[in-house]
Design a protein around this ligand. Structure first.
Ligand SMILES: [Zn+2]
Length: 932
């Protein structure tokens, strides 16, 4: 990028020609012209090394700091532009290499500030010369931030009731600039030498191990950390706290430690075991050593997201890292393991190889999400995560089948747009298309390809095409010359050879998945021995009869690696569907055909003609003739097709009739999930006849499943998941034996003053039933304050949110806003839970409308909590009045300057719900009358 100058004394670049309008010049806070008007920084100066000295004061809640940045000038320039947000710059000076060598003092620089772009410009008296290095020194100070970004304060309560403060960083994507002036873009990788001053009662942690501690006058201590490897600013991290830790050593010698506040130390052991296993697993799988000597994982009491992968110093929300054997359920265990696996995968995907720009954040997040599957299958096969992965894809299909979705690789310029990129499309869809690609290329080829990619781009940045190139099995000469990793074509499988003879095809194929939004629908029609295939864009909420359908289909085409199996062979057949229509010939006569084997592909399948009937008959006759994940996929696709008006609801419901005999728990749970969804929808709308009949149907039809559940923690992961889900549903439906048992356990627990250990998998159900009386609710709130287990607190908070009393729900919201008893970090989940409660839905929504500006003081616009709050309190609406109300509110926000992607998603979702009910409610009513 050429640099742009607007001041006449500077050399003009060609771009200046288009920018003569003085009104277009940004004006700095002091009234002078700010010399740079782009959001992205100029590339004429690149940072090489940062020396940072930070001194936070945990009593006055602020910090003073200084830095020295060594930069390389690539093109002569008269100013240096850096990112800086909410920092008070005290002074800035510059030394040339010569000045440094002869210890000449730095020259003082004029500092201009342009807050709209979060930039400062340092004006130098004499032009900086190309190809020379300079050292920029800046002194600055600021308050510790109030929220969850930059260098912020976090507090926790000790067992003795004392509140203690710690200081912690969280920079991704664009908040390093809140902690120190820097070149805050992922492409500007540099080395960092960090020093932190602290009191003796605290410890300091950073990305690298501590080299030494110096005692300063007045008793302060100064920790010096080793210089980091070359990395992006968003991965820098430091913490000042009084935490304690457990440590172990990985096979490669890396020291791994888990830190938590002292009273929670006993909950750190599972995380240590898991992270040691997972680190070993990744080092082997990637064939690349974790490059730092240590890895710390820290449980932070106030944290906006789930975790953050800072290199060598990974930070977690407490519930994503700590495991309390007495209070954490099996799904808590799966969650903790998954999050650790995700963040450790980032140490390679993201930290070692970083996307060039945030538009390709999926290269970080899609991979880290996908690696959860790979690494958990290797390290914890007993967690059977493989069977859960399809849900990762099903979750994003909801979003991706709306017209308001976006391509995986999407434009992102402003800070809000960058934040919005951290969504299900980048994480889940990214992971799902990688899984599809692995299935297509074979595990071996895929693995070798990603090793190639990681080795080639280590300590550098990459974009989509670099990945496709590495995966296409092609060795570059430069790879061999540099001793890079390479392998021969002969290892390709025969299946993929046909399609992937040229690497350009992989790039072309994957472009249809990453540069184009949405998900394809494959329509299959069997005519004798031939299969007619057709692809179109799948849109839930828009049926073929709708006038807009045609326009929404235009120009959409995918290269779909389809797979199928038939009644006549167990083999997996493969084909790439590149055209709108295609025909396949079957070698034998067959009774049925099932596409998307094991649900590995990212597409939905519709069977025209007798196709669905054949499959329904098959499931009823002998469901085990289909693979478990195929049964799971059929249930999912059938209900999706109902939303798109391609299948009638009674057909989808008929498909679930075999579930009584279903032996695969994930498939059973998927069917139950859809039925529960229907129940909650009619319950919310007060459609009492359907609600009652559906309740009756669920309790009767699934009686054998409900009755066999025991109230103990035992069995496989899926046995335990089934127990939690089924009992929660049974009690929600007021099933007398369930309520009775839960009430009994709750009373015993209260009588034991909370000391009784209730089986963890039924804890949520027991608390929820207990929360229905005032005494129980009040007792739970007391226990919430006292509990030291995040896992238990989450369950209690959920239970409290199911109360039928509005004043109790309002009290919870007030506590969440106050942020003491219920932490601000849990406010979004709380509002989400209250909005799910039919008694709380209107309350939560009214609260959000009336307190929007207060909420924006707590969370940034575009941040995950804000998006969760908005969608959590509105996206279940299903009436025209509600839609209008939400539209009006969003319009008023837009008028105030808030533009969020989520608004469009929600409006589309509510419209979809309205259509769904209009179309399917009569069918549901009729089906229940016939069936029950
Ligand atoms: Zn991540």
């Amino acid at each position: 990028m050429p640099h742009i100058c607007i001041c006449s004394q500077f050399t003009s670049s060609p771009i200046d020609q288009f920018n003569k309008d003085p009104k277009a010049s940004p004006i700095a806070t002091n009234g002078e012209i700010f010399p740079w008007h782009e959001l992205r920084l100029p590339t004429v100066i690149i940072p090489l090394h940062y020396d940072l000295l930070i001194h936070p004061n945990l009593t006055s809640l602020d910090f003073v700091a200084s830095e020295k940045i060594e930069v390389l000038v690539r093109d002569a320039t008269q100013f240096i532009v850096l990112h800086s947000k909410d920092l008070e710059i005290l002074n800035a000076s510059l030394q040339s290499e010569e000045d440094v060598r002869y210890r000449k003092p730095g020259e003082s620089l004029t500092v201009l500030s342009y807050p709209a772009h979060q930039q400062i410009a340092l004006l130098v008296p004499e032009k900086l010369r190309a190809d020379l290095r300079y050292s920029v020194a800046i002194d600055f100070q600021a308050k510790l931030a109030d929220g969850f970004e930059g260098f912020y304060k976090s507090t926790y309560r000790t067992l003795g009731g004392e509140t203690r403060t710690i200081a912690v960083t969280d920079f991704e994507p664009t908040e390093a600039r809140m902690a120190f002036p820097c070149f805050d873009e992922p492409l500007f990788k540099a080395n960092f030498s960090i020093k932190i001053r602290r009191e003796s009662r605290h410890i300091a942690l950073s990305n690298m191990p501590k080299v030494k501690t110096i005692e300063l006058e007045g008793g302060l201590l100064e920790d010096h950390f080793e210089t980091t490897v070359k990395m992006s600013t968003y991965l820098v991290a430091y913490i000042v706290c009084d935490f304690t830790s457990v440590s172990g050593t990985a096979s490669s010698g890396v020291k791994v430690s888990i830190y938590a506040s002292p009273d929670k130390w006993s909950q750190t052991h599972y995380a240590l075991e898991a992270s040691l296993k997972l680190l070993d697993c990744y080092e082997n799988y990637f064939d690349i050593h974790y490059p730092l000597p240590k890895l710390d994982l820290v449980a932070i009491p106030d944290f906006a997201s789930g975790a953050m992968e800072n290199w060598g110093l990974v930070t977690y929300r407490e519930t994503s890292l700590l495991f309390d054997p007495k209070k954490s359920s099996i799904s808590d265990k799966l969650w903790v393991t998954k999050v650790i696996a995700h963040e450790l995968a980032h140490q390679w995907f993201g930290n070692l190889v970083t996307m060039e720009w945030w538009n390709d954040i999926w290269l970080n997040e899609g991979f880290a999400t996908y690696m959860e599957l790979i690494s958990l299958n290797i390290t914890y096969p007993e967690l059977q995560f493989d069977d859960d992965f399809s849900n990762t894809c099903f979750e994003v299909i909801k979003r991706d089948s709306l017209n308001s979705s976006h391509p995986i690789s999407n434009q992102a310029k402003t800070a809000i747009q960058i934040k919005e990129m951290f969504d299900a499309v980048s994480y889940n869809k990214g992971a799902c298309i990688l899984n599809m690609l692995k299935d297509f290329l074979s595990e071996d080829t895929f693995r070798k390809g990603i090793i190639h990619y990681l080795k080639k781009f280590s300590y550098r940045n990459a974009k989509n095409d670099d990945l496709w190139h590495s995966l296409s099995n092609n060795c570059l000469e430069s790879d061999s010359a540099s001793g890079g990793f390479c392998y021969s074509d002969s290892k390709k499988t025969s299946n993929t050879l046909v399609f992937l003879r040229k690497n350009v095809e992989l790039k072309e194929m994957m472009a249809t998945w990453t540069l184009q939004k949405g998900i394809p629908l494959v329509v299959v029609k069997r005519e004798g021995r031939s299969l007619r295939l057709q692809q179109e864009r799948f849109l839930s909420g828009v049926s073929k009869e709708d006038p807009e359908w045609g326009t929404l289909q235009e120009r959409y085409l995918w290269h779909i690696p389809v797979t199928y199996s038939t009644s006549s062979s167990h083999a997996i057949h493969r084909h790439i569907l590149k055209l709108k229509t295609d025909t396949l010939d079957l070698s034998e006569k067959t009774d049925w055909v099932k596409f998307n084997v094991d649900s590995n592909g990212y597409y939905i399948v519709h069977y025209e003609g007798q196709g669905w009937d054949e499959l329904i008959t098959l499931l009823n006759r002998n469901h085990t003739l289909l693979r478990p994940k195929d049964r799971l996929g059929l249930i999912h696709d059938a209900f999706q097709l109902v939303s798109a008006g391609r299948l009638t609801l009674d057909k989808a419901l008929d498909l679930t009739r075999y579930l009584q005999r279903e032996t695969s728990i994930p498939a059973l749970l998927k069917g139950l999930e859809y039925l529960e969804l229907l129940y909650r929808m009619v319950e919310r709308r007060n459609i009492s006849d359907v609600t009652e009949n559906l309740k009756h149907y669920l309790l009767q039809y699934f009686k054998p499943v409900i009755d066999t559940q025991s109230w103990v923690d035992k069995g496989s992961v899926w046995d335990r998941m089934l127990r939690s889900t089924v009992l929660k549903l049974a009690c929600y439906l007021n099933h007398a034996p369930c309520i009775q048992k839960a009430t009994e356990l709750f009373s015993q627990w209260m009588e034991s003053s909370g000391k009784l250990n209730i089986p963890t998998d039924v804890l949520k159900v027991v608390y929820s039933v207990g929360a229905q009386t005032t005494a129980g609710w009040n007792y739970l709130l007391e226990q919430y304050e006292l509990s030291l287990s995040g896992a238990e607190k989450n369950k209690i908070l959920y239970a409290l949110s199911t109360s039928k009393h509005q004043e109790k729900l309002m009290k919870l919201i007030e506590l969440g806003m106050e942020g003491k008893v219920i932490k601000t970090q849990d406010l979004a989940a709380l509002l989400f839970a209250i909005a799910r409660n039919p008694e709380g839905q209107q309350l939560a929504w009214n609260f959000v409308k009336e307190n929007w500006t207060h909420l924006l003081k707590k969370f940034d616009l575009g941040s995950f909590p804000i998006r969760m709050i908005v969608s959590g309190t509105t996206s279940h609406f299903s009436s025209k009045d509600e839609l209008q109300e939400v539209e009006l509110f969003f319009e008023s926000l837009k008028a105030q300057g808030s533009h969020l992607d989520i608004f469009q998603i929600i409006l589309e979702t509510i419209s979809k719900n309205i259509k769904w009910l209009e179309k399917n409610l009569p069918t549901l009513r009729k089906w229940l009358l016939i069936t029950t």
